[in-house]
Ligand binder design. Sequence first.
Ligand code: SF4
Length: 402
Amino acid sequence: MSEPIRNAPAFHHFDSSQQTENLRSPDFTKRDFLRLCATGFAALSGIHLFGFPDNSHAQLAKKGLIKTKLSPFFTPLANGEIQCELCPKHCHVPKGKRGACRVRENRDGKYFSLVYGNPCALHLDPIEKKPLFHVLPATTSFSLATAGCNFHCKFCQNWEISQASPEDVFSYDVSPEFVVDKAKEAGARSIAYTYVEPTIFYEYMLDIGLLAKKEHLLNVCHSNGFINPAPLRQLCQTMDAANIDLKGFTEDFYHELCDGELAPVLETLKILKQEKVHVEITNLVIPTKNDDLGTVKEMCLWVKKELGADTPIHFSRFYPLYKLRSLPPTPVSTLENIRAVAVSTGLEYVYIGNVPGHEAENTFCPKCKKMVIHRTGYMIGEVRLKDGKCSYCGKPIPGIWT
Ligand code: SF4
């Protein structure tokens, strides 16, 4: 593994969309992180589980932990092969082999998750970092991930865990019960399935989610949306909010840069809406790859028509890393032009991400135009909402506020 992003128990697993410039720099190191902590800025940007709030349950991460759980989503084929039905990749997997996400294995004609209970990243994050701007502002979210991903994005910032097999990473042995207990103990209001594509640790996520619901914790995720409808609808029984990466708006973009497809992601967004899960969208704007204003306009019109004008959307700044190091960071002017296009289509909550201190981090009431939530990075200032409504004019603001 290289230095900038380390596996547990280091501090370096972050969401793909909502970081500061320093945190996204390929030269960012643990020393940088600690320096930011010392300045107070990063105090809310991610607290490692076993350093917080006590270490009575402390354990060391171990390399190569594997705990299996039978997948409910596969079809047996001839000769002991199986077809995975969890995500639209529909991997055909011979006996003894794994699917494209690296964390599901065919053992004697049955398909197993290999990462049930073995997260390699556990952090207490501000919920703003997911980013979820319309869910319990200024609360923390107990955040976790395992190894693996069903996409292979060339711009992935967590590639050292997302593009890894369980044997390659340091992980913990923690049951769903332990996760929920620890989240409560830490004072989190939600549990976040994030950092890599959570679909690939579906069984673990679902079991944690069921327990979390009983304990009145919200379940939230940051996802690429690449999941089949049946497992998604089942997951919606426990999921309260989702930030879905809409990485681009052409199939070519998804094929060239993500090894994925656009159409299933759009279907996921529609299903989440039908199932009444609170949805926000993140679009990481990559220079020359997905910054065409005409395509952005098309995307925004789709969002407005299919999901509603009140769907929050985050246009996030790209920083060069992983396989796209030769591209420059997104100019702030590009983000501002894109935001203007999005607003012109009628979208009501259009944010700019990864530019701390930018005015477009704040939430404005679409009716009276007053600022109702003030943000600087992950720090929340004044919140001018009353019972989920603008406290100036009374317009309902979509989200989960209590
Ligand atoms: S979840 Fe993994 S194994 Fe299943 S279809 Fe998707 S990539 Fe393949």
